[in-house]
Write a protein that binds this ligand. Structure first.
Ligand SMILES: [Zn+2]
Length: 76
């Protein structure tokens, strides 16, 4: 579940809230009841479980032998 970051303009309460994406965004500060705003920062929404996939699929390939049929190394 993503974690959303909120900040209250009234009491400057800064907090994070884990909620579902289909949940309504929080409207009021749990500290003072004033209106809060959701912050979209670089780390404000953290998706757990999706993430980073390694794209490095490079595999070590041997150069193909030009004389594979008669090569003594290829046909020991
Ligand atoms: Zn507040």
């Amino acid at each position: 579940m993503p974690i959303y970051e909120y900040e209250c303009d009234s009491c400057l309460n800064h907090f994070e809230l884990q909620q579902s994406m289909k949940d309504e965004p929080l409207q009021t500060c749990p500290n003072c009841g004033a209106k809060v705003r959701r912050i979209f920062g670089l780390n404000s929404v953290i998706f757990k479980g999706t993430g980073f996939y390694c794209t490095d699929t490079k595999t070590k390939t041997e150069p193909s032998c030009p004389n594979k049929e008669s090569c003594s190394a290829c046909n020991p």
